[in-house]
Write a protein that binds this ligand. Sequence first.
Ligand code: MG
Ligand code: MG
Length: 634
Amino acid sequence: MKTSIATVSISGDFQEKLASIAAAGFDGLEIFENDFLAYDGGPREVGRMIRDAGLEITLFQPFRDFEGMPEPHRSRAFDRAERKFDVMQELGTDLMLICSNTSQAALGGIDRAADDLAELGERAARRGLRVGFEALAWGRHVNDHRDAWEIVRRADHASIGLILDSFHTLARKTDVNTIRSIPCDKIFIVQLADAPLIDMDLLYWSRHFRNMPGQGDLDVVGFMRAVAATGYDGVLSLEIFNDQFRGGSPKSISIDGRRSLITLMDEVARAEPEIAIAPPAMPDRISVSGIEFVEFTADEREAGDLAGLFRSLGFARAGRHVSKDVEVWRQGAINLVINTEKEGFAHSAYLMHGTSVCDIGLKVEDATATVSRARALLADPFEQPAGPGELKIPAIRGVGGGVMHFIDDKTELAQVWEIEFEPVTGDPASGGKPQGVGLTRIDHLAQTMNYEEMLTWMLFYTAIFDTAKAPMVDVIDPAGVVRSQAIESPDMALRLTLNGAENRRTLAGRFVAESFGSSVQHIAFQTADILATAEALAGNGFQALEIPANYYGDVEARFGLDPDFVASLKACNILYDRDDRGEFLQLYSRTYGDGFFFEVVERRDGYRGYGAANAPFRIAAQHRLMRPKGMPKG
Ligand code: MG
Ligand code: MG
């Protein structure tokens, strides 16, 4: 499989685009004509630059509104085509894309279009060039790949073929299985794009909202399975028009693109082993059975504050690292690690972001296989020299630069806590063992990033791990909207929520700005009885985030709750929500540092969400507590 991407898909000037596309490992690129026209250099020079970057030009899209025109438009269209053929020869590419005519002047008529393409094919053949015809979903007379294929079939010319584009086929809900009967040698190139399901004008949807396969809601896998069934093994080219990508980092969007194609072909190979172009080249999506640990980096003073917070949440200091300034705090199946080393990754993360989560440990079936899938999907490896008594724990870099470690039961990794840590019994710092409060496991980790980076994070997690994305919800902060999307494993052993901040004044935006990057902003713990937990927390001196009395009047009326039950929620600052399955009860810590906090949740009867309806009240309460910007801490 050869991979390619249209230059229109990413931001930057032509040279930046080239460098990013080459660095992400693509074989080639499609030149979008405006990118070429805006470049201050002739076609020969552009062609040479592209080849020097190790890329080929897979396709050139220089003009539209060609077929089925009355005179004098028809003659002019052929003249334009000849001039573009000249450019193509200088660029050094042989394939031109013609999309179906959208002009009011187009006459229609399938044989008229076929005749025009046959004549164009004759002219292209004289120069050793080829032309591919693509049905635009909003074409005036041709808007379906079946009609485009019929035109190509009737044109019956070796230099005329079909171009398939997943967006145009899937946006019109055309049956993808109709692709299976097209001969593969007549498919000149396949363009791929996904998109979120939004009910809007097709042209506007296509020009602004396309995204990488796997980032949207279209069945691009089903489309690609049908293409693979034809025997097609040519170029797969991303053609993504997306306003966010045009403003994003060309390097990271290019990597997203390659990652999406590798994931797509892996899925196709698994779904249709008989027709796959190649067998799966990596382990299957990794099933995660839990979050083994969350590690914080801190300096000594802040580590003391953090430990105090852990203690008030009922955690006990359970172990000290055999050779490093690292300790683990434990309650139920939850391990929180504090790292105050003066060198290594955690320390550089501290210098960059301050006290923050720098490392997430996931429990998987096979840690080595996990890294090998992640590497195949272009994740960066992470290694640092193991200290005395330390295990080599397989790891990668996450999207925001943080680290992810993988623990399995196959090897001695399962005994990491016994091998690397000396047990601490009692807790001298608190004059005894603190009281547990009934926290059993991590319910979810909430990561905050700039809104433009959300799709990158989502693709990273869903490509590597056996997870799916939940629908995006809007969280209303008094200072703006924050988009929130959950990534969940089928059995909910792993729940991550991604929160995309659109501005710096929201709690989420401020967190990203002040911690200098994307990171875990809150950790939610599960309890089986939140009222008992709240009582035990109060006994430990834990201070819950205070929720206004008005909230409880509304909750009682909205859900028809028993007034005594509401009074007990109010006494403990517990928020309430309900979905079609069950109930959700949650309480929050006050914010720490630049806006980090903890959450405690009780899920009753399979409640699925995260209490989004309560978020505005939680956020308003947090805003009231945050120190004014620029004021010293404390
Ligand atoms: Mg296209
Ligand atoms: Mg939460």
